[in-house]
Design a protein around this ligand. Structure first.
Ligand code: CP3
Length: 354
């Protein structure tokens, strides 16, 4: 699709970035590393700039987005920045009444349970999120040769919040719609897939040089249901952003049994949580994929000797994959010690130097 062939203005040297090269399964001077949720509550400088400003307000202010995105890049030797926002920002931007409650997460005022609710998920245009375009544009200038990862939530995870009305353990309402009203389910997933594609396109058009799709809660779904009720939609997302020419990462939690199907969905990189060793994950995903992961975030609270040994193990197993981006198996816990992350990023570079 010609109109999709956005070629962002790329800083010189970006093509040589170890992160982008590893995503493309090319040789790297060292294993690249970044941390999911590296921007946020584990940093005192984050807590300072966020003081008195609600999360969703911060996500709509280009100056704060840029500052918070840069904070971990200043502190850690990470090979990529991740755009500061949230997976529910595009939902808010199309008029869904929701909030992010501290210590809870996204909360939806009127959970979606019927056809009228599904219709409320309308299309997103760049005019709905001018602050995203502005913030990404400012950031790519400031980041220079460090790539910026844009991101969005995947349809299942967004649907889970919209249908449950907030965080959920068992996703009972979500599955009730999926099993009981497949037509309505697919219409909702279709609309959410459109939203995800539109949100990613805005970020890449403004200069993001990779994208990650977070399907955090899809591990609740059995493989046969993933194939029938989720895969057609995630596949379409990766197909529709393929023309943007940036690496595509696909991550979920508790997805050991889904890694093969997630690979089939079409991303370039499959993110792995800490439950499946990377050499085993490499056997589960189809050929032609890089892997991202997967140190248990809880290890950040262990003594450094233990962290170092386990990080070395992740590197060793990661070598069996066609490409490896070091990361945690899920996000940085809010109470993690930033010095531990600084040490870990340095260790990954030193221990993997070719
Ligand atoms: O550093 C980064 O990774 C970039 C920023 C980022 C945030 N949310 C900021 C945030 C990213 C990539 C996300 C994605 C996100 N949001 C996901 C997928 C990643 C994952 O962890 O699985 C999910 C499921 C959400 C939904 C969400 N938003 C949750 C579960 C929470 C935490 C609730 C809490 O307070 O415990 C949020 C809020 C949120 N998003 C915060 C941040 C920094 C905390 C808000 C605050 O500082 O008060």
């Amino acid at each position: 699709m010609a109109e999709d062939a956005v070629v962002p203005t790329q800083a010189p040297g970006l093509a040589q970035s170890p992160f982008l090269r590893a995503c493309r399964r090319q040789d790297v001077p060292h294993t690249p590393v970044w941390f999911m949720r590296q921007a946020g509550r584990s940093l005192p400088e984050y807590l300072r700039v966020r003081e008195g400003i609600p999360m969703l307000e911060a996500c709509a202010r280009p100056d704060l987005i840029a500052e918070i995105t840069m904070q971990p890049v200043r502190r850690y030797a990470v090979d990529a920045a991740i755009f500061f926002s949230d997976i529910v920002v595009p939902l808010k931007a199309i008029g869904i009444d929701l909030d992010i409650k501290p210590g809870v997460g996204p909360v939806i005022a009127d959970p979606i349970r019927d056809a009228a609710g599904v219709k409320a998920v309308r299309e997103l245009t760049p005019d709905d999120v001018p602050y995203i375009t502005e913030a990404v544009g400012a950031l790519v200038g400031e980041l220079g040769g460090t790539p910026l990862i844009g991101f969005a939530g995947a349809p299942f995870t967004l649907a889970a919040y919209l249908i449950e009305g907030g965080p959920s353990k068992n996703h009972e309402h979500t599955k009730a719609l999926m099993y009981g009203h497949p037509e309505l389910w697919h219409e909702l997933m279709d609309r959410l897939a459109d939203l995800t594609v539109a949100f990613l396109k805005v970020q890449v058009a403004a200069g993001a040089s990779a994208v990650q799709v977070f399907d955090s809660w899809v591990g609740a779904v059995a493989p046969q249901d993933y194939r029938e009720s989720v895969l057609p939609h995630t596949s379409r997302i990766f197909e529709e952003v393929a023309g943007l020419g940036v690496p595509r990462i696909h991550f979920g939690v508790g997805t050991g049994e889904l890694l093969g199907l997630m690979g089939e969905a079409g991303a370039d990189v499959v993110g792995v949580d800490w439950r499946v060793p990377l050499d085993e994950a490499a056997r589960r995903v189809p050929p032609g994929k890089a892997l991202q992961g997967n140190l248990d975030p809880a290890l950040l609270f262990a003594p450094w000797d233990v962290v170092r040994r386990r990080a070395q193990d992740v590197l060793d197993r990661g070598r069996t994959a066609e490409g490896h981006v070091f990361n945690l198996g899920h996000g940085v816990p809010p109470s993690a010690d930033p010095d531990m992350l600084a040490r870990l990023a340095d260790f990954v570079h030193e221990a993997s130097a070719r």
